[in-house]
Design a protein around this ligand. Structure first.
Ligand code: ADP
Ligand code: ZN
Length: 521
């Protein structure tokens, strides 16, 4: 079995002339008989990595997949290419199932798709023991690890069962997202040697990431859609209610949008998805129920209206943009309230205390992403264990650097720092900005913050400008944002800020917004 033969099959069945670099390595490793783990971003071409070996091996390849709703599509797709495949899951009647098992035993299929739960039944085990299974593929392999973002216990029991199969099949595990600890977990549970773990470059050159600290997220989306009339994208919200509201709001303003979430009927969801696939929508407003297996390549933007619970979810969802390789945007709208919501959801979940702690850690990383001054794409890629990536040059942080102008902002910074100090480092940036502006908002007056000596000392700036300036100071490491006991973000001074207060350090280099100097609000 050579790579040449594999390439011929690629040409014959799929019409592609060559493998992508990651595919080649993974396929070579599988063909050489090694248990293999392949990590490849969504759209990277994972299917071919096991489908080509399946065609080359004698007997049958079993594909374990958690996505029951996609099995039919995948199998139909393979049949259209002339590859004999079938699936077994809970959507089949007993008669249909018996029929398929009979055909399978008769050697009619090269690939069988199956949900992990099926393998727990004694009947299936007995059948598998008699089948010539050469290769077992585990799709979405991160589900096996309890450190992953989508742990499924049935994946664990399946791993044991596979290892007990009499013929000892080769195992090919594939996933789009795995942090270093998840990789290790997958590898040890499936007996995969470190030498046979292949991670393709995660960086996606055609995606521009940005994080925006908008006060009015709806207005931002409205303006964005207006400015990009001929593009299609996805807007992710974290709850069904938010999806419905945002969709109504946008369609009420004349934008072609549809809602998509698990609370809708199958029919409604299908209709929304269809419209989206046929470019009849400018945006689909959806919960994370939307996306697994959508095969639309020209998604030009993915906007997150809410903060996702971790970077795994974020990169997976944002990565649905630009699968055709064309320039696309991934925008995250940050709101401190969302951190609170996500934290609450973790607290309320049924996870063990240890796993809750772990989830809090992931949330903190997601939060850090929103405040970093490093390249956003490089930050994500590093999180997934790929240390050597260059700044992308096009994310909101990389862009800022090139637009930067050297302006001395030491005085402004000193005002901000002394205000935070006076406020005993117990408040978030919006409250700090209000105090500096001299806001008469109810809360400020209630908390008697108008009595502070720093109240109103930056009144020549708008509150938004002050807030932006504070965010820059966070990004530059003068301020830290920490969650307090009530999960609310509060601003703290770092030693660097103390040096500025003492007059030992200057603050320079701020952005475009300040070029024109302070504005009266
Ligand atoms: P994944 O499962 O990793 O998200 P898919 O297997 O669905 O990705 O492949 C994504 C797209 O890339 C498909 O449209 C597929 O036809 C295409 N593709 C995969 N491998 C190659 C290749 N070697 N050459 C050209 N196109 C490819
Ligand atoms: Zn960048």
């Amino acid at each position: 079995m050579t790579l040449r033969q594999a390439e011929e099959l690629l040409q014959k069945y799929y019409g592609h002339s060559s493998f992508r670099p990651g595919q080649r390595q993974i396929i070579e490793s599988i063909l050489a008989g090694y248990n293999t783990l392949g990590i490849m971003p969504t759209g990277g071409g994972k299917s071919i990595c096991y489908q080509i070996p399946a065609l080359m091996f004698p007997g049958i390849t079993i594909v374990i997949s958690p996505l029951i709703s996609l099995m039919k599509d995948q199998v139909d797709g393979l049949r259209q290419l002339g590859i004999p495949a079938t699936y077994i899951n809970s959507s089949l009647t007993l008669t249909e199932m018996d029929e398929r098992i009979r055909e399978m035993t008769a050697g009619k299929y090269k690939l069988l798709y199956i949900a992990p739960e099926r393998l727990e039944s004694g009947r299936f085990r007995a059948i598998f023991e008699t089948l010539p299974v050469y290769l077992v593929t585990i799709d979405e392999a991160h589900c096996i690890s309890q450190w992953g973002h989508d742990f499924r216990p049935s994946y664990r029991s399946m791993a044991q069962m596979i290892r007990q199969l009499p013929r000892k099949p080769i195992i090919a595990a594939l996933t789009a997202t795995a942090t270093p600890e998840v990789r290790e977990d997958i590898a040890s549970l499936l007996s995969i040697e470190p030498a046979h773990i292949y991670a393709t470059r995660l960086q996606r050159d055609n995606l521009s990431f940005s994080v925006r600290h908008e006060e009015d997220r709806r207005e931002f989306i409205r303006a964005y859609l207006e400015a990009h009339p001929r593009q299609t994208g996805i807007i992710y919200c974290s709850t069904r209610k938010e999806v419905d509201q945002l969709h109504q709001d946008l369609s009420g303003q004349g934008f072609a949008t549809a809602a998509y979430h698990a609370g809708m009927s199958d029919e409604e969801r299908e209709r929304a998805q269809e419209k989206f696939s046929y470019d009849q929508l400018q945006a689909i407003v959806a919960t994370n129920a939307f996306g697994m297996g959508i095969d639309k390549s020209n998604v030009r933007f993915v906007i997150h209206y809410n903060l996702p619970k971790n970077l795994e979810s974020y990169y997976q969802e944002a990565g649905r943009a630009g699968r055709d390789g064309e320039e696309s945007e991934c925008i995250l709208l940050y709101s401190p309230q969302d951190v609170h919501t996500q934290k609450f959801l973790i607290e309320q979940s049924e996870l063990s205390p240890e796993r809750k702690q772990h989830e809090f850690g992931k949330l903190q990383e997601m939060h850090n992403y929103c405040y970093t001054s490093q390249c956003l794409q490089a930050t994500i890629v590093k999180y997934f264990g790929d240390p050597g990536s260059e700044p992308c040059g096009k994310c909101s942080n990389c862009r800022k650097l090139t637009e930067e102008e050297e302006i001395d902002l030491t005085t402004e910074a000193q005002k901000i720092f002394s205000c935070i100090k006076r406020m005993k480092e117990r408040f978030g940036l919006s409250t700090v900005s209000k105090v500096l502006k001299g806001s008469k908002s109810k809360r400020i007056l209630e908390w008697q913050l108008d009595g502070l000596s720093t109240y109103g000392i930056m009144k020549e700036y708008t509150e938004k400008q002050i807030h932006q300036l504070c965010l820059e100071l966070v990004a530059e490491g003068y301020l830290h944002i920490r969650l307090n006991n009530h999960s609310l973000p509060v601003a703290k001074l770092t030693p660097k800020a103390i040096e500025v207060l003492k007059g030992e350090r200057k603050v320079t280099g701020l952005r475009k917004i300040y070029k024109d100097g302070p504005k009266q609000s």
